[in-house]
Design a protein around this ligand. Structure first.
Ligand code: PXP
Length: 252
């Protein structure tokens, strides 16, 4: 897989829907946020239809598919119900993620070893329908190898533990986590997998990950929507784009 000098930005609009659902009305509208994000330079839109529909709802996903001009990345659990919706929606891509009802957000990567056979069937079904599949995994060599054997062309490395260690000023843990991310990205790219990364990224961490040339796409949501409260969504995305470009310029 050739390494790309351009790093794509996928903007996750889940938390616009979180805000909307807090009041049960129609605004703020996640589709409007997606259209604005594209105007501001997003290369794609990500949305996670959770089983409990706590933020994005079926109708949001359908509207995103109809109304946005850039690729839609449909995040979902690897269940038959979700596969049926994805096959109906036909997004550009599906990102398979683990899902627990009690979690606040996607807490870990997929169990690509224990769930290997199940994930292989679902991946094949989606690929056959022309939907690109990515697996959201922990940044470990074992998980990268298992993903390849599952047959997914893309992996997304979970950067949450690394970002969390930085938030809590755990510098040694952060250094270890970043080494894991780098090693997983190098192995993935060497094995012909397209490598993405995401979860918990902000301006500073996105700039660092942008320095890893094997990674060709970042998916970022919560921080951008939070930052939009202060500086507006377009400005937040423009600032993220600039941070990513700056980090990418230093990529070796
Ligand atoms: N990538 C995946 C697979 C995710 O599950 C999430 C969270 O929904 C993100 C990226 C974005 O994470 P955050 O909202 O922390 O930027």
């Amino acid at each position: 897989m050739p390494q790309s000098s351009y790093l794509r930005l996928g903007v996750n609009v889940d938390h616009v829907a979180t805000l909307r659902n807090a009041r049960g009305g129609a605004f703020p509208d996640p589709v409007r946020a997606a259209l604005l994000a594209i105007e501001a330079g997003a290369d794609g839109i990500t949305a996670h239809l959770r089983e409990d529909r706590r933020h994005i709802r079926d109708e949001d996903m359908a509207r995103l598919r109809r109304e946005i001009s850039k690729p839609l990345n449909f995040e979902m659990a690897a269940t038959d119900d979700m596969v049926a919706i994805a096959l109906d929606t036909r997004p550009h891509a599906c990102c398979l993620v683990p899902e627990k009802r009690s979690e606040r957000t996607t807490e870990g990567g997929l169990d690509v070893i224990g769930g290997h056979d199940h994930l292989r069937i679902i991946t094949a079904e989606l690929l056959k329908a022309g939907v690109r599949v990515s697996l959201f995994i922990e940044p470990t060599l074992e998980a990268v190898r298992a993903s390849r054997s599952i047959g997914a062309p893309v992996i997304e490395l979970h950067t949450g533990a690394w970002c969390d260690s930085l938030t809590h000023h755990q510098s040694e843990r952060a250094a270890r986590e970043l080494v894991r991310i780098k090693a997983a990205a190098v192995l993935a790219s060497g094995q012909g997998l397209e490598c993405h990364a995401g979860h918990g990224l902000d301006f500073a961490t996105a700039k660092i990950v942008a320095g890893l040339p094997e990674i060709v796409e970042l998916n970022i949501g919560h921080f951008l929507i939070g930052e939009a409260v202060f500086i507006g969504l377009k400005a937040a995305i423009a600032k993220m784009r600039a941070a990513m470009d700056e980090g990418r310029a230093k990529a070796k």
